[in-house]
Design a protein around this ligand. Structure first.
Ligand SMILES: [Cu+2]
Length: 264
């Protein structure tokens, strides 16, 4: 018995160590955010509150159900001494109306908040401050940024094992950024955990299809954030890493003028 425990403990330790190693390249999740990573967009505020609300509603429902089950188990056991069944409730109209209406109300509340937030998350503004065309290919990314009418030289990456070595997308804080997603080969998925948002990059979607686009407004949280492909897309899928660097506006202006001066 004791002999078995040792390898199990070792395996568990290894699992924990590898789990933390994997988690080190994404913002740390903590309980106060319901285990979501810290977000860097205003859209993330809406996603975080939808997440919190859904968990609170689900846990409250779960608590009521578990209390009822435990209560029924304790107080409605068929005792040996009196073998008769407890009162059988059938065709009880008030109860049937109750358990039809309550789930309908619950689903409607979930639906309302989800539909409202999805509409906001899908919103595209007419004049975003920065436009980024994201091309996902086997197995890296090409970013083409347009801001103030200037198109910057493309940032092209290659498969890497650390997101710091991957292509870097530089963005200003406090600005509206619109992404356009395109794939020349297979389905990929553009995922920056700190956006609390991910969207599949599907080849062949026409340019006028809204599914190609999404928009964020960056919060004032300068830093470097990990990004990755989140759709298994071939042998080097796991090395399809990149980073997003959020910088203050002055630093972004410098970056843009330095880039605009360099050859295309
Ligand atoms: Cu991919």
């Amino acid at each position: 018995m004791a002999r078995r425990r040792v390898p199990r403990a070792a395996a568990l330790a290894l699992l924990l160590a590898s789990a933390t190693a994997c988690a080190s390249d994404v913002p740390k999740a903590d309980w106060s955010r319901g285990l979501l990573p810290e977000h860097v967009t205003t859209q993330g505020d809406a996603i975080q509150s939808l997440w919190n609300g859904a968990w609170i509603a689900a846990l409250a429902t779960g608590a009521v159900v578990i209390v009822l089950i435990v209560w029924a188990c304790i107080f409605h056991v068929k005792r040996r001494a009196r073998a008769e069944l407890p009162p059988q409730v059938r065709y009880n109209l008030p109860i049937e109306i109750f358990y039809t209406l309550v789930p309908l109300v619950m689903v409607s509340v979930f639906f309302f908040f989800t539909a409202r937030d999805s509409r906001d998350l899908e919103h595209l503004s007419a004049n975003p401050d920065v436009k980024v065309k994201v091309e996902a290919f086997q197995w890296s990314w090409r970013f083409t940024t347009t801001t103030n009418g200037k198109t910057l030289p493309q940032v092209v990456g290659q498969p890497v094992s650390d997101y710091h070595q991957g292509p870097q997308l530089v963005l200003p804080v406090g600005k509206k950024v619109q992404f356009e997603l395109e794939s020349p080969d297979v389905i990929h998925s553009f995922w920056v955990p700190a956006f609390l948002f991910k969207r599949d990059v599907i080849p062949g979607i026409p340019a006028n299809n809204k599914g190609r686009y999404f928009e964020i407004t960056t919060l004032n949280k300068p830093g470097v954030y990990a990004g990755r492909c989140a759709e298994l897309c071939g042998v080097d899928h796991s090395r399809m890493l990149f980073s997003v660097k959020l910088v203050p506006q002055a630093e972004y202006d410098q970056y843009v003028s330095a880039q605009a001066g360099s050859p295309q």
